[in-house]
Write a protein that binds this ligand. Structure first.
Ligand SMILES: C[S@@+](CC[C@H](N)C(=O)[O-])C[C@H]1O[C@@H](n2cnc3c(N)ncnc32)[C@H](O)[C@@H]1O
Length: 296
């Protein structure tokens, strides 16, 4: 559990966080994020085993990548409902879906808090989330609400991060950035944030308490290519990878309130570190997640 990162989330609400500068930055960089996370997305969909013509709920759908992939797989008679509390991310998702999900299932994007919004009863065969369930202030109530929306026998499948040590794509830049920023108070263990479910036991316990059955929590590791050089130099790839890690990864939280001078020093040092690791013009580091599946 990383208190330094999670604590910042305690200061403002998740709605403010994802509707502010962070939401706008994620919205601008949606293509990059989806490309980097593609190997993890593939693992999520392999596990979810979507049935054609069925209905699916995407929780914390962000800019819509998973909702759009799901709509294509469910086919024209399927149905996708995608929930998020970030207006800027939903704006991108709606625009994308109009272009990219034409032949697929209908998608309804809802701006709402998945913890408390009435998601309906016994409506969905599938519920999925790519890194959207760790930000609940009341996880027990949220998972109970999601479970109620599933049909009996329906499945929740989601991805969340394991510990920082299991995620070199986060641990390496974080190690470089930590000496540049003031030490922060440790966070409460249950505080919302990317590492809320880093310990597998807490996921199983919360899901069981919410009434889920047949819970599996599998560790998966995938290499993530943060950037590659194309026609450029390896150092350009390292700079782009540093930009990704610092602007979009969990390390961004460490630098959020820092002046431009510290941010650019962090960017330069992380790029130097990544340049040493670039291979054939690509910066690739491992990511470690829990792939979780549970049945109503
Ligand atoms: C790390 S992002 C992941 C977004 C998207 N699933 C993806 O993989 O690109 C987390 C998302 O969860 C959303 N979120 C956080 N708390 C939420 C809540 N209580 N209800 C609905 N969405 C929430 C945020 O707005 C954000 O879009």
């Amino acid at each position: 559990m990383d208190g330094n990162i999670a604590m910042i989330d305690g200061v403002i609400t998740q709605r403010e966080y994802w509707n502010g500068e962070v939401g706008a930055r994620w919205a601008r960089n949606q293509r990059r994020i989806d490309a980097v996370f593609a190997p993890l997305t593939a693992a999520l969909f392999d596990e979810a085993r979507l049935r054609v013509d069925s209905s699916l709920l995407d929780i914390g759908c962000g800019a819509g990548d998973c909702a759009i992939i799901a709509a294509r797989r469910l086919g024209a008679r399927g149905r996708v409902v995608a929930v998020d509390l970030s207006a800027p991310l939903l704006a991108v998702a709606r625009e994308r879906a109009e272009i990219e999900a034409l032949a697929g299932a209908s998608i309804t994007f809802i701006e709402a808090d998945a913890q408390s919004h009435d998601l309906g009863s016994s409506l969905f065969e599938h519920a999925i989330s790519r890194f959207g369930v760790m930000f609940f202030e009341a996880s027990g109530a949220a998972f109970a609400n999601i479970r109620k929306a599933l049909v009996p026998g329906g499945r929740l499948t989601f991805l969340c991060w394991r510990r920082i040590e299991d995620n070199p794509w986060i641990a390496v830049p974080r190690h470089v950035v930590l000496p540049l920023v003031p030490a922060l108070e440790p966070a409460l263990p249950d505080a919302p944030g990317p590492f809320r479910f880093a310990e597998a036991e807490s996921i199983g316990a919360i899901l069981a308490q919410a009434g889920f059955l047949d819970i599996t929590v599998e560790a998966i590791d995938r290499p993530l290519t943060l950037a590659r050089s194309g026609n450029g130099t390896s150092y350009e790839a390292a700079e782009a990878a540093a930009d990704f890690a610092i602007e979009l990864g969990p390390v961004s939280r460490l630098l959020r309130d820092q002046p431009a001078s510290i941010r650019s020093m962090a960017q330069k040092r992380v790029a130097d570190e990544f340049a040493d690791r670039a291979l054939s013009g690509a910066v690739t580091l491992a990511a470690g997640c829990w792939l979780v599946s549970a049945m109503r």
